[in-house]
Ligand binder design. Structure first.
Ligand code: SAM
Ligand code: SF4
Length: 326
């Protein structure tokens, strides 16, 4: 079965946020004064998350990414992932994580059936990493990457939110990681979710990132693999890994968008920047699978053609990426 929206796009990818809590507080994701997390009661139970996942897969979703907040901080995440990976028809299960807890959990995640890891690292310098994450220890993330490799995971995707004046001086260092490691390093344009003052100056367009790398290296384009994300991918000839550019702000990838999102409190969103969401909780309270299905069908059908943010002007309500899941 295929899930198709009103613009003919096939929707086969679900991002499932299982918590809004996190063991880091990245500056671009959470506000300076901390975040009012939702109450425990509001966060969906694993049973509800499973019901949503099963329903979505029965409708045509093939790939699920579990995200957050930081998914690895939620108690019981490993058995939950094992249950998800057992859903008949699900072809790809991935998680997005900051990697802080990965060294302890990599083996269990692998055994639970997680197939791929996306790990966020915004600086390769310890002090700068500490600053952007408000206290994170980079060494722990690299220990996690090592443990993941040992456990049998394929080389992870490394997500880097590129910000002018902060980590743009590391674009080449991140690129050069791919010469020695099979990582897919993906530069993500900084998105103005919190509308921080002067955000426009901090956005570096994907094109500028590419230009800067191209001045140093002749890049070759890379064909997209199955279940590849929205990045445009390149390789330094002979390198083990690839680099990718995700132009979330400057050049929309809306025309090929294949995803829907569920927040940790059960709101379904068809576009990250849409102000609209569909509350699945009333159906979940009744264990009403048909109701969840109907709401997801409606959500997909009403998926907007394109989001409306750009560097020149954008319209959306501020939101916490940690609540939506990125
Ligand atoms: N905690 C996990 C992590 O950091 O990977 C998963 C959740 S996080 C919200 C998912 C992704 O959203 C991360 O790659 C993060 O860098 C990205 N993200 C958060 N806020 C962002 C922003 N304002 N602009 C661009 N990407 C952002
Ligand atoms: Fe936490 Fe991920 Fe947001 Fe950083 S980007 S604060 S790690 S949820």
């Amino acid at each position: 079965m295929k899930l198709i929206d009103s613009f003919g796009r096939q929707i086969n990818y679900l991002r499932l946020s299982i918590t809004d809590r996190c063991n880091l507080r990245c500056r671009y994701c959470m506000s300076t004064d901390g975040v009012a997390t939702c109450s425990h009661k509001e966060i969906l139970s694993y049973e509800d998350l499973q019901l949503i996942a099963e329903t979505a897969v029965s409708m045509g979703i093939e790939k699920i990414r579990v995200t957050g907040g930081e998914p690895l901080v939620r108690e019981g995440v490993v058995p939950f992932l094992a249950r998800l990976s057992g859903i008949d028809g699900l072809r790809h299960l991935a998680i997005s994580s900051n990697g802080i807890l990965l060294s302890k959990m990599a083996q269990d995640l692998y055994l639970a059936g997680v197939q791929r890891l996306n790990i966020s690292i915004d600086s390769l310098e310890e002090e700068k990493y500490r600053q952007i994450t408000r206290g994170g220890e980079l060494k722990m993330v690299f220990a996690g990457l090592k443990a993941a490799e040992k456990a049998g995971f394929p080389a992870p995707k490394i997500n880097v939110v590129a910000m002018r004046g902060f980590n743009d001086d590391e674009i080449i260092a991140f690129t050069e990681l791919t010469k020695t490691h099979g990582y897919s390093v993906r530069f993500i344009e900084y998105m103005p979710t919190l509308e921080l003052a002067g955000w426009q100056q901090q956005v570096i367009s994907g094109q500028e990132i590419l230009d800067r790398i191209s001045r140093r290296y002749a890049l070759e384009e890379v064909e997209k693999g199955a279940y590849a994300g929205p990045s445009k991918d390149y390789r330094i000839p002979g390198a083990f890994g690839t680099i990718g550019i995700i132009t979330a702000v400057s050049g929309h990838f809306c025309a090929t968008c294949n995803r829907i999102r569920i927040t940790s409190t059960g709101k379904a969103k068809s576009c990250l920047f849409s102000n609209q969401s569909t509350d699945l909780v009333p159906c979940l309270r009744l264990g009403d699978r048909t109701g969840v299905r109907r709401k997801l069908e409606e959500l997909v059908w009403n998926k907007p053609e394109c989001h409306s943010i750009s560097i020149d002007g954008y319209k959306h309500d501020n939101f916490l990426m940690s609540q939506v899941g990125g």
